[in-house]
Design a protein around this ligand. Structure first.
Ligand code: BTN
Length: 268
């Protein structure tokens, strides 16, 4: 991926506003930070920033996001007319768009995982970091950062601690794929899914998203910086909260954290 290939891609792209303007760099600290600076300077909605590698890629819960060459690391600037309380919806919109795109392009058996990961066989292939700047209750802009493990072998590149929980397109397909084709398809799908959200609201997006949500009905643990909460993943609510059912049958809503499936001990 380089500037010339990005310019060619833009000419072929069938979107109204997403990716009409694309900034590319070989190396940045974090595309989310770069996009935030641009948005604060008044860069138009739909602008996409993309980097071949990130030196300080960031994940949710302040985690480091390893971003070698061969991955797809980009951020989209949005200026939605929504209350900050509804910003979480946009990360569901994005993970649904990524899941459908990977399924359609490569026939992969993708899953969505609360709050906004895309996985294959339970292994993470894509993460999304949504960040907002707001005045009062209104969002001034939203940055949707998307990281997809594409043309590299996670087992060779990633540290031991995350090798078993991650995967990449190359690992799943046994070959590399064209990054520009994937970026184009992803941005087109993101715009389409955003249109659905704007025109029909969150419910149709959520009900599509749930079709890929393999964890629903499973015994899970939700872990944030301090707590570990166990229960059955009962539902995802209209505000994006995970609804957990405890052993005593009570329902509890959770807004942040990481979800882990609890492997039940075999009786044999
Ligand atoms: C997560 O699952 O924790 C979210 C990971 C988000 C990573 C992407 S890569 C592009 C953008 N720039 C960043 O620094 N982070 C996001």
């Amino acid at each position: 991926m380089n500037r010339v290939s990005i310019t060619k891609l833009q000419k072929k792209m069938r979107t109204q506003f997403i990716g009409r303007s694309i900034f590319f760099s070989r190396k940045v600290s974090s595309t989310n930070d770069w996009a935030k600076q641009l948005a604060a300077q008044g860069t138009p909605e739909g602008t996409v920033v993309i980097a071949a590698t990130q030196t300080h890629g960031r994940g949710r819960l302040d985690r480091k996001w390893i971003s070698p060459m061969g991955g797809l690391w980009f951020s989209v600037i949005l200026k939605p007319e929504v209350n900050v309380a509804k910003i979480a919806h946009l990360t569901f919109v994005t993970s649904l768009a990524v899941a459908e795109c990977l399924k359609d392009l490569y026939g992969l058996k993708v899953e969505t995982k609360w709050p906004n990961d895309v996985t294959i066989g339970g292994r993470k292939i894509c993460g999304i970091l949504g960040e907002t700047s707001s005045t009062g209750e209104k969002a001034t802009f939203v940055i949707l950062g998307v990281g997809v493990n594409v043309n590299f072998d996670t087992e060779k590149i990633f540290p031991q601690s995350i090798r078993l929980t991650t995967t990449s397109i190359q690992k799943e397909l046994g070959r590399k794929v064209d990054l520009e084709t994937m970026l184009k398809a992803l941005l087109e799908r993101l715009e389409k899914t955003l249109d659905l959200y704007v025109n029909e609201g969150f419910m149709p997006v959520l009900s599509e998203w749930k079709k890929y949500a393999f964890f629903l009905g499973e015994e899970v643990e939700v872990v944030d910086q301090e707590n570990k909460i166990k229960g059955t993943a009962y539902d995802v609510a209209e505000d994006g909260a995970l609804v957990l059912r405890s052993e005593d049958g009570s329902l509890r809503r959770i807004f942040a954290g990481d979800l882990f499936l609890r492997i039940c001990e075999s009786p044999w």
